[in-house]
Write a protein that binds this ligand. Structure first.
Ligand SMILES: [Zn+2]
Length: 100
């Protein structure tokens, strides 16, 4: 896990934002227990490591938790998220409809 604080040098606001979004991604994942669930594992199993590396990020291939955090981070920080992150985020919403 990356440390979000203490990154004042080489501070690129966009970069900081995506680190924060990544950490929020972990929190959302933990709240929903998505990457630990059978449903979550099935969603992630649709993609090969190469697809995730190309369509999301290389870091996302590290573990299911990093994959979900990266997907959520992309959806939160990118107005037009790519296919994999949009699909993963959609599944998280579908499997965790507790409010609305
Ligand atoms: Zn992480």
């Amino acid at each position: 896990m990356q440390v979000a604080m203490g990154m004042s040098e080489q501070s690129d606001p966009k970069e900081d934002q995506s680190v924060v979004c990544h950490e929020i991604g972990h929190m959302v994942d933990e709240m929903c227990s998505f990457s630990f669930s059978k449903e979550g594992a099935a969603v992630l199993a649709q993609y090969s490591a190469e697809e995730i590396a190309q369509g999301l990020s290389r870091y996302a291939t590290a573990s299911p938790q990093e994959c979900v955090a990266e997907a959520i981070a992309e959806v939160f920080s990118n107005p037009s998220p790519r296919k994999i992150s949009a699909e993963i985020y959609e599944k998280i919403r579908e499997t965790n409809i507790t409010s609305e």
